[in-house]
Design a protein around this ligand. Sequence first.
Ligand code: GDP
Ligand code: MG
Length: 407
Amino acid sequence: MDYKYSISEDELQEMKNFFANRDFAEAIEGVKKCLEDIDRVPLNIAVTGESGSGKSTFINVLRGVGDEEEGSAKTGVVETTKVPTSYFHPYHRNVRYWDLPGIGTPGFKATDYLKLVNFDQYDFFLIITTERFKECHILLAQAIKAMGKKFYFLRSKIDSVLNGYRRGKTRNYEEEDVLKEIREDCIKGLRAGGIQSPQVFLLSCLEPEKYDFYLVQKTIEEDLPRQKRHVFLLSQPNFFQQALDQKRRTFALQIWKWSIVSVMNITTWSGANTTSVVPYLSANGDLTLMVNVLEEYKKAFGLDTRSLQLLADTFGKDLEDLRSVMRSPAASQEITQQLVYHHIKGQGVTDMGRIVTACVSQCFPKISMLASGGVAFGTTFWILRSFLQDMAEDATRVLSKALETSD
Ligand SMILES: Nc1nc2c(ncn2[C@@H]2O[C@H](COP(=O)(O)OP(=O)(O)O)[C@@H](O)[C@H]2O)c(=O)[nH]1
Ligand SMILES: [Mg+2]
């Protein structure tokens, strides 16, 4: 059994801080609220640009939805609508992407446009172009700024530009030089248009694992307020190892909270129904909760069949090839209470749970007031931590497999 799954000093400190200066019941409620907020806090992302710039395609990539899949944003169609269309993230219903009407039509007025699209409802704007940024993009950005919102400039279809170079006469070009040139050209144009310290992200929806896709994710994440940052991060696609690492770290920091809720659920539950059909539940933690949390890990890491299929399609790989590198039973099998219970019993996890609990009770003696003398806390902690680690490692293997080149 590996001690890397045990609780860290940082987590102990965070727990202590959380419980300091609050009474016990109030702190427990606070823990629950923190977890619930992740599914409740709304995040509305507006995607705007000229018609044909790739807005709808980009929204599908960000949501992890195939262009042809049911509920996808329709791509390659001439836009006629004057109202924004919203698309939920399939696994985070509080995250919504808004496909805004095209800008730059004759007589375009940025302030009128922003009123028309109800600008106030968005957390930030993504402004996409396939060429240089024009006056309409700059006017829009300035109007967004004047209204106190954030925007990001994205230069899309970079694959087409590079293909142009490949086919053209410029034989001896370095990809890095071309990208630098495009970036500098965009920045120069934006500066000339009056945008201070502009930043431009280069993207391709056909090659989302390249260019600035992760950088834009990271930049937005860092700009967002704490509670929104969390759900944004978890809802992002998994084309980069850094995104997987970030998700793992974020999930890891929640585990002590889930472990407390798990114990509290048992207390309520065993009081209500002492003749349970699952008697081991009270000693080990709330299995229903663990199943739900593990399901969430699986989806966030893109290890569910739907996400794997899309990854396989994106990189021209076979679904079964991607599956073949997964080792965690939670990734390759359906996550059930039996699976979790089997894990608890099979590997002496309860003993490890005791160790975690003992660790916690040194600086947080109240833990032993919780159900089963706090052992359920440690068991839940150990289970979630070990499955998280295993699924994160699977996600890394799946991504490497998806990105493998055949030559
Ligand atoms: N080569 C390439 N084509 C793209 C990319 N993004 C979108 N497209 C194509 O550009 C066309 C317009 O895209 P769409 O998303 O409908 O643009 P919208 O009108 O802004 O919503 C479609 O045929 C897309 O397949 C990209 O990154 N690279
Ligand atoms: Mg569209």
